[in-house]
Design a protein around this ligand. Sequence first.
Ligand code: NAD
Length: 257
Amino acid sequence: MSLSGKTAIVTGSNSGIGLGIAHELARVGADIVLNSFTDRDEDHALAESLAKEHGVKVRYIAADMSKGDDCRALIAKAGTCDILVNNAGIQFVAPIDEFPVAKWDAIIAINLTSAFHTTAAALPGMRKAGWGRIVNIASAHGLRASPFKSAYIAAKHGVVGLSKTVALETAGQGITCNAICPGYVLTPLVEAQIPDQMKAHHMDRETVIREVMLDRQPSRQFATVEEIGGTTAFLCSAAANQITGTTISVDGGWTAM
Ligand code: NAD
């Protein structure tokens, strides 16, 4: 498979799953636009090193996915968007009656509404080209719930619904839209949850990982960023031309239960 000549925009891609996806798409020849809300030397250096490693063009464009105007400006500044990966996301855990309103608003904005804005901005170009791929990084929590994650679960279920709707609106136009639903992947987002879980459950790190985090993941193994990247690349391949409006779980069996 080659994605040579295609440009992929990956939101929230200066770390974790987004960066893993950027690596896999670059490895099969796509030019890449990396993004996050920061604009540091190290963000631009990351773009340079990815370009060098894979021999493709890589740019870093700062844009805050909590702001609709920034989302649309990201697509405009990139100029071309053949592949759009909506990956930016944050998490916050609290009972619903204690859930801070600002955290609810931020999670819905970054994890869900950003995908509405970027998709709306990217579709005209994809329609003109007669080809496009939209890959939304949802979660096993887009299909199943857990307590204390109301905003995240509402947003991720929303992402799955948005993906289906966009698929119907683009069917037969050479454009597909799907959601990938990862189980636990060991990234900074998950790493940050471990100390709180250790405190809450009075367990050490390894026990929390095995007994709490991976409790619902029958494989008892984290999925990797390379696996999420590879699944994204597959959805961009010709083999996936007729795969649209669906979810692909990469969750070690979580949603089989
Ligand atoms: P991460 O914290 O490593 O990465 C999140 C990325 O989003 C970072 O690059 C961060 O800079 C960026 N980001 C955060 N706020 C932003 C904003 N306002 N504007 C632009 N970028 C912003 O986390 P991750 O685990 O790699 O998560 C990536 C995606 O995968 C998220 O949507 C997350 O919900 C989803 N996901 C993660 C897991 C997991 O276990 N790690 C499981 C299922 C789904």
